[in-house]
Design a protein around this ligand. Structure first.
Ligand code: HEC
Ligand code: HEC
Length: 343
């Protein structure tokens, strides 16, 4: 009798275990959905290890010598390859700006055409010359226009040092962050022309404190360091062939970076319209002329719509190319040539 009871108990345990197993399997099957499996990709892992650009000042003493030379060329430009250099053969930039007056935080600030990852984007097609250009060509583009100077020779130590610095900045940049560090954040282009009166109001309220009413900025107390607040127009500013002289490009930079210390690309202070009007205002004043700009954009169809100098392959006026409205010009190129223009 006892043996029968024991057998019965064992069978009971066995059956209940089997039953539990079946229930678990059944529930598992009910909830199993292969598509809902969590993707193992960067978006999940990223927040744990948010990559940051280098802290350049912190690494100044440990960076390789060529990189360090590059750092001083781009931050104290006037003093190292500009008008303040005594040897006139070494004066390449023509104004006293520093590269980093536009490429903020030593070229690491997202939304200011940062150089983090820039060397990976070149060689790249450029409409201005209608060729595949190298990073060296692109640097010389800013030297001839933003810095109103003359090209650095390809074999020069200066050019090599600047490229080495840019390469160093991009070390370790994760693929999924590349876009964030490229170019400017776009604005929604207003469907009106620039209103210079409104631009002046914005300028007086938001810009004049640093850049001064006359747009000439303020020199650094130590003149060899260039400007504390750089000029926005006049003889020591970028020339008319520079990207910053195009209202759309300039408005994007301003919205994402100015007033300095108060605005970033993801937390701007000005509206698109304010940035647009003040960009037109600062570019309404005289500045140095770039020679031979008629040769820019050999394929004139590729010229950005807000390039303020001709020739163009459309019938819009010089005035409209400078101050807008730009949407009709953009629509024209879409219709006529199926080209989508954003600047
Ligand atoms: C007056 C402002 C200004 C100054 C000063 C300036 N740049 Fe630029 N730079 C620009 C603008 C505008 C662009 C184009 C940004 C865009 O449209 O995305 C640009 C683009 C670049 C690019 C390409 C960036 C990319 O992602 O494709 C490089 C490289 C560059 N500049 C290097 C330099 C160097 C080196 C100097 C100093 C010798 C310099 N720049 C000085 C305004 C400036
Ligand atoms: C608090 C001071 C301050 C204010 C206010 C300010 N800026 Fe700037 N701005 C700077 C500084 C500083 C730089 C150079 C950044 C650097 O070198 O790190 C600069 C750079 C610039 C540049 C590129 C360099 C050049 O000289 O062309 C432009 C364009 C510009 N500012 C436009 C504006 C406009 C437009 C406003 C108003 C909406 C404005 N800024 C408000 C301090 C200021």
């Amino acid at each position: 009798m006892e043996e029968v009871q024991l057998l019965f108990r064992r069978l009971l345990v066995l059956f209940s275990s089997l039953f539990a197993l079946v229930v678990v399997l059944f529930i598992g099957m009910l909830y199993y959905n292969p598509d809902a499996a969590p993707p193992i990709n960067d978006t999940l892992i990223e927040p744990l290890t948010l990559w940051q650009p280098k802290n350049v000042l912190y690494e100044l003493s440990s960076m390789p010598p060529l990189v360090k030379q590059g750092y001083f060329l781009i931050t104290e430009t006037s003093n190292n390859m500009g008008p303040l250099v005594i040897d006139t053969n070494k004066q390449f930039t023509g104004n006293n700006l520093a590269c980093t007056n536009c490429h903020l935080k030593s070229g690491t600030q997202a939304g200011s055409a940062s150089w983090v990852g820039v060397t990976d984007r070149f060689p790249q097609f450029g409409g201005r010359s209608n060729t595949i250009g190298t990073i060296e060509d692109r640097i010389n583009g800013c030297i001839e226009r933003s810095m109103n100077g003359k090209k650095l020779p390809l074999e020069s130590k200066e050019l090599k040092a600047i490229v080495a610095y840019m390469e160093w900045l991009g070390e370790g940049l994760p693929a999924n962050r590349k876009k964030e560090f490229k170019g400017y954040a776009p604005i929604i282009i207003p469907n009106t022309a620039v209103n210079l009166e409104k631009g002046k109001v914005v300028y007086t309220k938001e810009c004049a404190l640093c850049h001064k009413e006359n747009g000439q900025g303020i020199h650094h107390a130590d003149a060899s360091k260039g400007y504390q607040y750089p000029p926005l127009w006049g003889a020591d500013s970028y020339n008319d062939g520079a990207g910053m002289n195009r209202v759309i490009t300039s408005a994007e930079f301003i919205k994402g970076n100015m007033p300095f210390g108060q605005a970033t690309w993801d937390n701007p202070k000005l509206t698109d319209e304010q940035a647009f009007n003040v960009a037109g205002y600062i570019n309404s004043f005289d500045r140095p002329r770039k020679k031979n700009t008629e040769n820019d954009y050999p394929d004139k169809k590729l010229k950005p719509v807000s390039t303020p100098y001709g020739p163009w392959v459309d019938d819009f006026s010089k005035e409209q190319h400078k101050y807008g409205p730009f949407l009709p010009i953009i629509a024209h190129y879409k219709e006529e040539y199926d080209i989508i223009k954003t600047k």
